[in-house]
Design a protein around this ligand. Structure first.
Ligand code: ZN
Length: 86
């Protein structure tokens, strides 16, 4: 699905535990912004099999921030949404 680092995945070592190898998967991202807890599900990430550290592609991070901003504008205490690529 067009992972930027897919060619390096086999040799990429986790920066956190230095032993695990992050593998493509999806995760749930949560961030408190302007008093709104924004939860985004189904976010593509590389996830370390050892320590669970998550790595997001640059474009995914940009999309995430856009969606967090949009959700914070709507307001409320909690906003839960599915990740959508821009
Ligand atoms: Zn790790």
């Amino acid at each position: 699905m067009g992972f930027q680092f897919s060619q390096e995945t086999k040799t990429m070592k986790c920066l956190s535990c230095k032993t695990g190898e992050p593998k493509p998967g999806t995760t749930t991202f949560a961030m408190d912004r302007d008093g709104v807890l924004v939860v985004v599900r189904g976010v593509p990430a590389l996830i370390c099999s050892q320590c669970g550290e998550e790595y997001f592609e640059g474009k995914v991070t940009d999309d995430l921030m856009d969606q967090v901003k949009a959700a914070a504008k709507i307001g409320g205490q909690v906003n839960i949404r599915e990740y959508t690529a821009a």
